[in-house]
Design a protein around this ligand. Structure first.
Ligand SMILES: Cc1ncc(COP(=O)(O)O)c(C=O)c1O
Length: 362
């Protein structure tokens, strides 16, 4: 029997009960009219959490990285100039993927722990085909302003990673000028990993998507199954029907609470954790004013063995927190309070457990 873990790392988080229960429902065929109705309802709810009216809004059969790949492989053509913000691991990943799609990539490097500076992206090239940025950098715990770049992007497309922000922070794809967005289910939506909520505007689709080099992520072909009208659904691949059932249940849970209330709950839990840790003498890593509530990055105190603390939490408290990334692997911890874990109770539980773990491993 698998033990219960408190998943307070950078993701996956513990799912909502409703999302877990849906995994046990009888399986439907992927072309069953009941499943198609479920898929349609799910796409409608995804439009709400994205803040978009885009017809092409769907759960891709992939994790967040698959969403990133789909975004780029459909919109980047060899020789395009892509200006990509890098302020952590996922900006780096986006730049790598854009390069593999044949783009001439201009990376705009920021110090890790600081937010994206839209003006620096705008200054990087006079007329790129594409800008890319991460809304919520899970590797550092930083949130960046998307709307400024969206308002000034001109003719370029704006591709945004919302893996950690969706359903956890304010996200308004249409108002902010996001042309292509991808996300994940395993963070603030509170569902297991496995699907990538995805959205692309008509403008981006019509101007950029011709015949992408990826068959699996060809958005034109996927549209024939996911977004075609009644009776027009054609087989592309076997949809992960159980995951879609779980996503539908998770999204309903989120929307029943109401998006502003869910955002506020994440905000309150994250700030409580951050204030508690600071009061107890810990130093936060992300720049003040740009701290993500749902993912708190903390400097490991001097003399404390980062890995030993994480091991102790797992074995003694059945609790997972994340290590830092890259050069911060052993000097930063990352604590996620996402989905059902975005509560005051979880914030205090993890803060207390870290204190205990530090004392026990010194
Ligand atoms: C901001 C961000 N982008 C992309 C990804 C990649 O998603 P996945 O690991 O689901 O492929 C993650 C995963 O943690 C992420 O946090």
């Amino acid at each position: 029997m698998t033990p219960f873990r408190h998943l307070y790392g950078p993701g996956p988080t513990n799912p909502y009960d409703e999302a877990t229960a849906a995994l046990g429902e009888p399986l439907l065929g992927h072309l069953d009219p009941l499943f198609i109705e479920r898929l349609d309802r799910t796409c409608d709810m995804l439009r709400e959490v994205w803040g978009t009216e885009n017809t092409r809004t769907l759960p891709l059969s992939a994790t967040g990285s698959g969403g990133m790949e789909a975004a780029l492989v459909n919109t980047v053509h060899p020789g395009d100039v892509a200006v990509i913000a890098v302020n952590g691991l996922f900006g780096l990943r986006m730049a790598d993927m854009a390069r593999r799609c044949g783009a001439e990539v201009i990376t705009v490097e920021h110090e890790w722990g600081t937010p994206v500076d839209a003006q620096r992206l705008l200054d990087a090239h006079p007329a790129p085909q594409l800008y890319g940025m991460v809304h919520a950098e899970t590797s550092t715990g930083v949130v960046s302003d998307v709307a400024t770049l969206g308002a000034a992007k001109g003719d370029a497309l704006l591709v945004v990673d919302a893996v950690t922000s969706i359903a956890g922070s304010e996200l308004r794809a249409d108002d902010w000028g996001i042309d292509v967005g991808y996300a994940g289910t395993q963070k603030c939506i509170g569902v297991a990993p496995g699907l990538a909520p995805f959205t692309i505007s008509d403008r981006a689709f019509e101007r950029r998507v011709t015949e992408p080099r990826s068959w699996y992520f060809d958005l034109g072909m996927l549209g024939g199954y996911v977004t075609a009208g009644p009776g027009a659904r054609t087989y592309h691949h076997t949809a992960p029907v159980a995951m879609v059932a779980s996503l539908e249940a998770g999204l309903r849970r989120v929307l029943d609470e109401g998006l502003p209330a869910v955002w506020a709950r994440h905000e309150e839990a994250g700030r409580l954790l951050q204030n508690t840790l600071e009061e107890r003498g810990y130093e936060l890593f992300a720049a003040e004013g740009s701290r993500l509530a749902q993912l708190t990055s903390v400097r490991v105190p001097d003399g404390v063995d980062s890995a030993a603390v994480r091991r102790w939490l797992l074995t003694e408290r059945s609790m997972e927190i994340g290590a830092g990334v890259g050069e911060f692997a052993s000097t930063v911890w990352r604590i996620g309070l996402m989905g059902p874990n975005a509560t005051a109770e979880s914030a205090l539980r993890v803060a207390d457990a870290i204190d205990e773990a530090v004392a026990a491993t010194r």
